[in-house]
Design a protein around this ligand. Structure first.
Ligand SMILES: C[S@@+](CC[C@H](N)C(=O)[O-])C[C@H]1O[C@@H](n2cnc3c(N)ncnc32)[C@H](O)[C@@H]1O
Length: 197
């Protein structure tokens, strides 16, 4: 998976990493910034996705498609596909460009719109990466967890750098008897939840 990343995927990853770094310092308004995960989080979620049980592999919050590229490595290795949701048209357009340029269109389906408007069309979920607006996390958690298959995984980003905003949702997850959960201090902090049998 990490040993044979296609050149086109790596090239687009590097481009997006440069753009994200510039975004953070040049005064780009928050909603226009890519706000990507760091590379180590990309590797972390790809490893988990490659170990996920049967069920849909989804992502909530595509931005320009950087984290989706990491997940595409897992999907390719497992002969599965990723469905990723992005509410902003401008970001969805960038993600389309990413997937075309990286040659991963067959592995990734981009859905433009609010995840919460589409969740009813999703069946059982094997893996979900949640990286949307923090105010939407609790509603996304409540929609995803009942759909997780036994052993299914929900990983939520920003569990440490947005801890204050996310604390009620993190506490709910840690006390939720449907899942085993843990906050992992990697990247911006990942809340990992695994659905119990
Ligand atoms: C932090 S960025 C995602 C970064 C991306 N995961 C990456 O690492 O490359 C959050 C994205 O989620 C999108 N978003 C926020 N709420 C959403 C929702 N309810 N449904 C779909 N996308 C949403 C935002 O427009 C934004 O582009």
């Amino acid at each position: 998976m990490f040993h044979d990343i296609p050149f086109e995927v790596l090239e687009r990853m590097r481009e997006l990493e440069r753009r994200d770094e510039i975004d953070r310092t040049d005064g780009t308004p928050r909603l226009d910034r890519l706000r990507q995960i760091p590379e180590e989080t990309g590797r972390f979620i790809a490893l988990w996705a490659a170990s996920a049980p049967e069920g849909a592999v989804i992502e909530i919050g595509t931005s320009a498609g950087y984290s989706a590229l990491w997940l595409s490595l897992a999907c390719r290795a497992m002969e599965r596909t990723l469905t990723t949701f992005e509410v902003l048209a401008g970001k969805a357009a960038m993600a389309r460009q990413t997937f075309l340029q990286a040659g991963v269109e067959e592995v990734i389906t981009l859905v433009e719109g609010d995840f919460l408007d589409h969740v009813h069309g999703i069946g059982s979920i094997g893996f979900c990466f949640l990286d949307a607006e923090k105010e939407a996390y609790a509603a996304c958690y409540d929609s995803v967890v009942p759909r997780l298959v036994p052993g299914g995984l929900l990983i939520a980003d920003n569990a440490i750098n947005h801890r204050e905003t996310l604390q009620p949702m993190i506490d709910a997850a840690l006390n939720d008897e449907r899942v085993d959960a843990l906050v992992v201090p990697i990247g911006k902090g990942e809340l990992v939840c695994r659905r119990r049998a």
